[in-house]
Ligand binder design. Structure first.
Ligand code: CA
Length: 430
């Protein structure tokens, strides 16, 4: 991933709101799907507080390429399948069109306000896989279950993952209906069914798969990053009481599959290029990755800072601002890189397809201030989390809204953000 004219910090846009925009300056140009009216789904790119309609630009002859007609579709699956080079070409053209005032008159009719549209899922999710590469999260959760042996012996060899549920992936803002299910407290002899009393969030990054691989053909580590179309925020809502009872021996099931929320904008690897970092060195004594997981990009770690905020019903009624529960960063949280995740996923010949969604797993830092779930912040529900208005939480209550946020900042680069990933908890349904 090389830097080019599209990353130039001096570049500005004739779309005034883009210049100095916290999330979407012209150096970002994330892709998404929006609807200005019910059922009218269009592919767009965010620029400041507006969206440029990419299908309309293709129709107007302003964007050309063998891949261009996929931008007229209702999801990004087709464009994702065109691969990394197509995304680079689109980015270069958009950067030119939105910076050079000569194009203003032709483009302006194809801009819409973000506030006037509803964002949709960027792609039709064929498959969703959730990994577990956040080593501090895995250690913290492992300690709750196995104090003497928090990390299982495979963790430092295998990027651990499980197959999640694609049908319940929703875009930011979708309500979080409290799930009901079986749970059994330590003092109970038999389980009972009822609304989860330990509803939690998980702060994760999502990876959108770009060009796929044919069934049977692995993706070499050296090519894995070319198969990533982009990144989003992902909240893997989790019912801890259901999870504790059901997870053995085959892993998460109904504790997770009731909803997964993603942020609507796809932040491309090209936009992230200035912020990528070398993977943190493995601690002394840790094994080297097996050869098939070596040879990826030099800068494979995501230089992204991550925040979780909460707004309770009482805070909302009082007009309070959301309260920050944690602040951390992705790079130090991830034991395996996104490229290694992709390589491992396809290493048995499993075919990844454009628009498949991959979660990294909960991203917690080593410090408590960067823990990415309430399970960790409340130490398994044993310690109350204090909120500024005097309320406390161990897990989520009805009316609570959780916001995930992410930013990339680096000296010499224009900062970009990932947009919003939120959801409000609603009472369980009978
Ligand atoms: Ca998860």
């Amino acid at each position: 991933m090389t830097l080019d004219a599209t990353h130039d910090p001096a570049l500005s846009s004739w779309v005034d709101s883009a210049n100095g925009h916290p999330d979407f300056p012209i150096q970002n140009l994330p892709l998404g799907v929006f609807a200005a009216s019910e059922g009218d789904y269009r592919i767009g790119a965010a620029i400041g507080d507006r969206i440029v309609d990419l299908g309309a630009l293709v129709d107007a002859g302003l964007i050309e390429g063998e891949w261009a007609e996929t931008l007229g579709e209702e999801t990004l699956n087709g464009f994702f399948g065109e691969g990394y080079e197509a995304a680079s070409q689109l980015r270069a053209r958009l950067s030119q069109l939105l910076s050079d005032k000569a194009h203003r008159a032709a483009i302006e009719p194809h801009l819409v306000d973000q506030s006037a549209v509803e964002m949709q899922l960027p792609a039709s999710v064929g498959d969703y896989t959730d990994f577990y590469v956040g080593i501090h999260h895995a250690t913290n959760v492992g300690k709750l279950f196995r104090p003497d042996n928090p990390l299982l012996p495979n963790y430092k060899y295998v990027p651990i993952g499980y197959h999640g549920r694609a049908s319940s992936v929703r875009v930011s803002g979708h309500p979080v209906v409290r799930p009901s299910g079986q749970r059994k407290g330590p003092d109970q002899e038999v389980p009972a069914r009822g609304p989860s009393a330990r509803l939690d969030y998980e702060l994760e990054m999502g990876i959108w798969v770009g060009e796929g691989n044919a069934l049977g053909d692995p993706i070499p580590a050296s090519e894995a990053s070319q198969h990533i179309a982009g990144y989003c925020l992902l909240n893997d809502w989790s019912a801890r009481d259901l999870q504790a009872w059901e997870y053995q021996p085959l892993g998460p099931f109904l504790a997770k599959s009731f909803l997964t929320t993603v942020s609507p904008w796809v932040i491309t690897p090209q936009a992230l290029a200035p912020f990528m970092e070398a993977m943190p060195p493995r601690p002394d004594g840790d094994p080297e990755p097996l050869p098939y997981l070596q040879g990826g990009p030099d800068k494979a770690a995501l230089g992204i800072s991550l925040d979780v905020l909460i707004l309770t019903e009482k805070m909302r009624e009082a007009g309070d601002a959301p309260h920050r529960l944690s602040h951390g960063e992705a790079a130090s949280a991830m034991y395996w890189s996104a490229a290694q995740i992709v390589t491992h996923h396809a290493s048995n010949g499993c075919n990844l397809q454009p628009g498949d969604l991959i979660g990294t797993g909960t991203l917690s830092t080593a410090k408590e201030s960067g823990y990415g779930s309430m399970l960790e912040l409340s130490n398994g529900g044993k310690k109350a989390i204090d909120l500024p208005n005097g309320e406390t939480r161990t897990f989520l209550e009805d009316g609570d809204e959780i916001f995930l946020a992410a930013r990339c900042e680096k000296e010499g680069a224009i900062s970009i953000g990932l947009g919003s990933c939120s959801g409000r908890v609603l009472p369980a349904r009978a």
